[in-house]
Design a protein. Structure first.
Length: 467
């Protein structure tokens, strides 16, 4: 290269790390990572990975406790080696690594002092030492991994961000493991007891000459769950969608009141709503069981002695479940209406469409995927809201109908452990089966909501954008 005055100017080679994206790792140059004083922290990072694996295993298996002390020693030694190397090379004291190494040594001393089996205090039973070694390993391994990542990447902004990943990932991984274990047990136990007779036969208690005979099954519980979902959605859809329309399209005092009511209604505990339902049923206890109002609230069935009251009807349970799911429908409807592009709104007004026409033909079809998703999610929530049905439901041996005694699969799961003695004695071995059926129902509704939301979005929103 030649300057203006004719002299030669040396060519400056380009920055290879900037020109080659492959030479960057999470925004940090690979040359920086290859520095020995940083690369030495790969040892604590590997030890932290081993410690996290052993700590997680110790939470679920007592046998993993035997590896806790050696792994803690490995973790502490790797930290000391990294700190010593950093000191000799850069004359820098890594206090965090020394503190973590000291904590590892203290944890080793604690585990060596503790006996393998512990008892006493307020614990009603014998506890294995793994309840201490598992959490210790997980906490120390997570802290070590965070520090090692930060030092390995040179304490850069990207390194600071990546160092938080182990801290955030630990509770998520533990929750997923716990959910996986619970779901696995439910699936394995439930499938083992599942049979066609359980699905097609209703539980019933009959008195014979020699005593009581029982029919075992969940047919009425399954049908009751579907009826409960249908009646809940029927009672909740119009108030929920109407509340969402008001909050989105008609701002003002009424919209603010509706917004406040939906927020408070969603914040109320399910147990309070269940207590209100139980109070209504108790208030109707003084009514004649044969009266229409008593049948509406309590439900009834007929036997040889006449009309007998139940503990709560499907109509009562659906009404209070509708209070629980209406805020979900209202919020998703509001979000769907607010997502309508401004160009579509302005085009509708420019073409002379009235507010009512635009709402019916443009806005609500656009929000249809949200509304449909809200309905299916609300149905899944209604199917599993045991707190409201706990004191109203029964085994369902007297049939399923709007004025019959309410029953559902979630009550069957509860009753197989804490229900009436006769139901508990005959159906307790099928608790996992009832839980599996309820799980399949709720997961099926959730998956259906996701699929239908996409299809409705393509059908309604896609056609509007295309036009």
């Amino acid at each position: 290269m030649t300057a203006i005055n004719g002299t030669s100017v040396p060519r400056i080679p380009p920055d290879e790390s900037a020109a080659d994206p492959q030479r960057l790792l999470f925004g940090v140059s690979l040359e920086a990572v290859r520095r020995p004083e940083r690369l030495v922290f790969a040892l604590p990072l590997a030890g932290a990975a081993v410690g996290a694996a052993v700590g997680g295993a110790a939470l679920f298996s007592n046998a993993a406790d035997a590896f806790a002390v050696p792994v803690l020693g490995l973790l502490g030694m790797s930290l000391l080696v990294a700190a010593a190397y950093l000191r000799t090379r850069n004359d820098t004291l890594d206090r965090a690594a020394l503190i973590l190494a000291g904590l590892c040594l203290a944890a080793i001393a604690l585990l060596l002092v503790l006996p393998e089996w512990m008892y006493g205090g307020n614990v009603n039973g014998i506890v294995h030492r793994s309840v201490v070694s598992g959490p210790l390993l997980l906490v120390l391994s997570t802290a070590t991994a965070a520090h090692a990542i930060r030092m390995l990447l040179g304490a850069s902004p990207s390194g600071q961000d990546l160092a938080l990943y182990p801290v955030f990932a630990l509770p998520i991984v533990l929750a997923l493991i716990a959910y996986g274990i619970v779901l696995g047990r439910v699936i394995v136990s439930g499938v083992g007891s599942l049979s066609l007779d359980l699905l097609t036969t209703a539980w019933r208690q009959d008195q014979g000459v020699t005593g009581f005979t029982y029919q075992l099954g969940f047919f009425n519980n399954i049908m009751g769950t579907f009826l409960l979902i249908a009646m809940t959605l029927l009672l909740a859809i119009f108030p929920g969608v109407g509340a969402g329309v008001f909050m989105s399209e008609y701002p003002g005092r009424v919209a603010r009141v509706i917004n406040f009511c939906t927020t408070m209604l969603r914040a109320i505990s399910m147990f309070i709503i269940g207590a209100a339902a139980l109070g209504l049923v108790h208030a109707a206890g003084s009514l004649d069981p044969g009266s229409f109002l008593s049948q509406l609230i309590r439900g009834s069935y007929a036997d040889a002695t006449g009309i007998r009251p139940e503990k709560g009807s499907f109509l009562t349970a659906s009404l209070f479940l509708a209070l629980l799911v209406m805020p979900v429908i209202a919020r998703l409807t509001e979000e769907g209406l607010r997502s309508v592009p401004r160009e579509i709104r302005e085009g509708t007004v420019a073409l002379g469409a009235t507010d009512g026409y635009g709402l019916r033909r443009i806005l609500l079809p656009w929000a249809a995927p949200n509304i449909l998703t809200a309905l299916l999610i609300a149905g899944a929530e209604a199917a599993g809201s045991l707190a409201i049905l706990m004191f109203l439901a029964g085994p369902g041996q007297n049939g399923v109908g709007p004025l019959n005694g309410v029953t559902s699969l979630d009550y069957a799961v509860f009753a197989t452990r804490y229900g009436p003695r006769t139901y508990f004695d005959t159906m307790r071995q099928y608790q996992s089966t009832a839980a599996l059926l309820l799980l399949l129902l709720t997961l099926g509704l959730t998956a259906l909501a996701m699929v239908l939301q996409r299809r409705f979005a393509k059908r309604y929103r896609g056609s509007m954008i295309a036009n």
